[in-house]
Design a protein around this ligand. Sequence first.
Ligand SMILES: Nc1ncnc2c1ncn2[C@@H]1O[C@H](COP(=O)(O)OP(=O)(O)O)[C@@H](O)[C@H]1O
Ligand SMILES: O=P(O)(O)OC[C@H]1O[C@](O)(COP(=O)(O)O)[C@@H](O)[C@@H]1O
Ligand SMILES: [Mg+2]
Length: 543
Amino acid sequence: MEVVAAPIPASADAAAAAKALEKKLLDLKLSPPLPTPAKKAAAAAAKVAAPLKKKLSGGAGGYVLEDVPHLTDYLPNLPSFPNPLQNHPAYSVVKQYFVNADDTVAKKIVTHKGSSRGTHFRRAGPRQRVYYAADEVSAAIVTCGGLCPGLNTVVRELVCGLHDMYGVKSVAGIEGGYRGFYARNTVELTPRSVNDIHKRGGTVLGTSRGGQDTAKIVDSIQDRGINQVYIIGGDGTQKGAASIAGEIARRGLKCSVVGIPKTIDNDIAVIDRSFGFDTAVEAAQRAIDAAHVEASSAENGVGVVKLMGRNSGFIAMYATLASRDVDLCLIPESPFHLDGHGGLLEFAERRLRDNGHMVIVVAEGAGQDLIAKSMSFADTHDPSGNKVLLDVGLWLCAKIKEHFKKKANFPITLKYIDPTYMIRAVPANASDNVYCSLLAHSAIHGAMAGYTGFTVAPVNGRHAYIPFYRITEKQNKVVITDRMWARVLCSTNQPCFLSLEDVEKAGQEEDEPNVPLVEGENSLVKASPLLCNGNGAHCNGAA
Ligand SMILES: Nc1ncnc2c1ncn2[C@@H]1O[C@H](COP(=O)(O)OP(=O)(O)O)[C@@H](O)[C@H]1O
Ligand SMILES: O=P(O)(O)OC[C@H]1O[C@](O)(COP(=O)(O)O)[C@@H](O)[C@@H]1O
Ligand SMILES: [Mg+2]
């Protein structure tokens, strides 16, 4: 089921080769390189370039390889060279340093007897042959979107990895996100200049939202002679990177575009986890600890902590599970209600009567529909097109205070902590630092081997090259019908708030079909008349 155009024979004469290249680019839904005068105008008109064509191939037992583009897909006669790592004193002693050409990584690790082998991605790592000579490489690195612990570590390891492993001397930093390509000068990055940046939070390159202008960015790449672009950012950034890779291929440039996924919210699909997430959960922990100390030291103390999580509640969920001091965790994926039987306020009252204090963790994207209903607001977006959220933390605190004010003899002391920017401004912890180094190395090996248009990340523990479209087509979300969310409900003993309809809807969004539930025993939907029974019990009715 190979859908990539067949390679052009090396023996073809110049005219035939040009014709074949044109045909091949058309097959790939790419236009041939444009003549110079027309180039910029046409590129400016084509605001968003055509995506690189999907490369799928099949194998026995339902094996599917979702491969990533290679420069030779549109530049078939590119020369390759032996990988210099063969002679590197540190790496040449490693028994099997190079990965096998056809090694792939399975997307699904849990399989069943008779199940099909499913989707695989190309395994990351150094190849026997590379498509760039060291002195030919002119690399550029850019960081985009929100801050995240580990950005500087990735930048450092890209610079040092290119230099130490492949002898690359020319690495430029693009300042201030995507718009830095065309609005700013570049900064020279050397192993010396990046030596200790991993100890600092933020990004030494600066970052921004917006500024994604594919044509202008590719003009800049072309004008500056950049031939490897490392783009560090979240889902928005990876969409931008896909568009840049498409435009570069359309212009027939020898330039690898590599995405390195960054999201503190851990909401990028397919990959195991994103760098900085571990550090963020650790930092969130400290805010929860503070809220717990405050709440448990006051009469009817309520500690409210707002954590990041625009659309996905992973930080809130993991921080809650790690802490065990949390009484209520609210995430965007799980709807809730305040008033009446089974509502949040009723639960808060009961928890305060039982324990004398409580801690609430709320992800910033939770309850947005409720807030919108209770106040008038203007629907605004940031320069990247992300919806500007209403402050759920302040709103929730106001609602809780209002509720208890009306109660006779029920004074509460509420403390609100919003550690958002403190959490993401810290340097990466040890495990994220190591993770960032491996990501950078995998990215470099992929670019040097001539691959392009891919994101690098671990999938089931092994680093893989994943086509951009796979990363951007869907956002990773907490599955509220999954065991992990059940663990949260179990640890907090909070109401699940869900209606039958919510559960069914959540089930439809799941990636994999569930093993059929045993009716009457573990069947949540059918066997639980206690679903949202309002007594503060879990979905399954256990008090
Ligand atoms: N659909 C898109 N196509 C191309 N570029 C995008 C898209 N969405 C966002 N971007 C660009 O990616 C960069 C970062 O996006 P943003 O969503 O703010 O952060 P993140 O990459 O962390 O998700 C911005 O420069 C933005 O303009
Ligand atoms: O205030 P800013 O800079 O827009 O950033 C806040 C947003 O960034 C986020 O942290 C997401 O960023 P990521 O791209 O790292 O996942 C959201 O949780 C939050 O809404
Ligand atoms: Mg985004």
